[in-house]
Design a protein around this ligand. Structure first.
Ligand SMILES: NC(=O)c1ccc[n+]([C@@H]2O[C@H](COP(=O)([O-])OP(=O)(O)OC[C@H]3O[C@@H](n4cnc5c(N)ncnc54)[C@H](OP(=O)(O)O)[C@@H]3O)[C@@H](O)[C@H]2O)c1
Length: 336
């Protein structure tokens, strides 16, 4: 029997500094026959994420001329796995291809939340929203009435954090983003109380204006100058949930200097704690219980930028690194 063809993306060279389309190649591959316990998934959506930039480096996990890892959603179209019958909608980590052969043990059957778009499982209900949830509730332990600062606030984690923090009863919510349009979106559409474009530095001054009484919590997606400014703006016993450092992923060999005011962590009795969402997957049911009713009622909407077509997956990834997205950057490959 003839086998289907998958269109796939490989890494063919490693970037120095910002990656380009020349680092990637598109190929056509014949899908191999399935073994027992495997299924063939036609992917409908793929996530492109900042951490992938680190995987492109020599020290990262991505090999040249080999399949790449990434999160995808899709529908089972052929199966030799009893737990994955044809038609099942699943999440897996064999993205960067139109069709993926997956093992049952590495594949999650998606819960059917009627009224919630499928793509939300890569955004606000996926690892992105879970990062915001874990950072706010488990790491920073945000309390009602507290003032929160979120960097990269118009992105996937940032928009989810703004939505979740408001529902948790945060007091003042401040965000930073990379353009005037994003700043307007944050305060106009997403309910942030104040926002600023970080290009209008110094960030410390912008924070002083946006949160004159200081911060209780900082959810850091950026690192570098943002972290230094937030340490300066935090009140005594403030908390920093360090989620990411997107400002330095292009320069791992030459990262920005550590915050010059790091010792204020002692002087103000601050708590600075990093976390990886993969260590908190047990929090997913909490996130579903908390958010799904709000998504179903329309009280909140998933914030997403959706790029159409697998041929644009590399453009979507590079665009996300440059800030082309508002909300979670997702590539739609096929109808669900
Ligand atoms: N700890 C974990 O387990 C975990 C899990 C998921 C994500 N993360 C981290 O969370 C952060 C956000 O991830 P995401 O998936 O939601 O991505 P995202 O925020 O949707 O996309 C990345 C954004 O970073 C901003 N950016 C790029 N270069 C920047 C720079 N030099 N300074 C400031 N902002 C810059 C861009 O927005 P602008 O237009 O605003 O510049 C861009 O939209 C990343 O640091 C990521 O690594 C961590």
């Amino acid at each position: 029997m003839s086998r289907p063809t998958a269109r796939v993306v490989h890494l063919v060279s490693r970037p120095t500094g910002a990656p380009t389309a020349e680092n990637f190649a598109f190929l056509d591959e014949t899908v191999r026959p399935l073994a027992d316990g495997e299924a063939l998934v036609e992917n409908t959506h793929q996530s492109v994420d900042p951490y992938m930039r680190e995987e492109m480096d020599e020290t990262g996990s991505w090999q040249l001329h080999a399949p790449l890892e990434g999160r995808a959603l899709g529908r089972v179209v052929e199966s030799r796995a009893p737990s994955l019958p044809v038609g099942t909608l699943v999440h897996h980590r064999r993205a960067w291809r139109t069709h993926s052969v997956v093992g049952a043990a590495e594949t999650t059957v998606l819960p059917d939340f009627v009224g919630v778009p499928l793509s939300a499982h890569l955004g606000i209900l996926g690892g992105t929203g879970l990062s915001a949830w874990v950072g706010l509730t488990r790491v920073a332990r945000l309390q009602p009435g507290e003032t929160l600062f979120v960097s990269a606030a118009a992105g996937g984690v940032g928009t989810a954090a703004g939505r979740i923090a408001r529902l948790l009863g945060a007091g003042r919510i401040v965000g930073s983003a990379g353009s005037a349009a994003k700043v307007e979106h944050l305060t106009g559409e997403l309910g942030f109380d104040a926002a600023f474009d970080y290009h209008d530095a110094p960030i410390a001054d912008r924070l002083r204006e946006a949160a004159p009484d200081g911060l209780h919590v900082y959810l850091d997606n950026v690192g570098g100058d943002h972290l230094e400014a937030a340490i300066g703006a935090l009140r005594d016993r403030g908390r920093i949930a360090w989620c990411g450092a997107v400002a330095q992923y292009d320069r791992l060999q030459d990262p920005p200097a550590a915050p010059r005011n790091l010792f204020d962590v002692v002087g103000k009795s601050l708590r600075l704690e990093g976390f990886l969402v993969r260590d908190h997957l047990d929090a997913r049911p909490e996130l579903y219980d908390f958010l799904v009713p709000h998504l179903r009622s329309g009280a909140i909407a998933p914030d997403e930028t959706v790029v159409e077509g697998f041929d644009h997956v590399v453009d979507a990834f590079l665009g996300m690194l440059r800030g082309a997205n508002t909300g979670k950057m997702i590539v739609r490959l096929a109808d669900a």
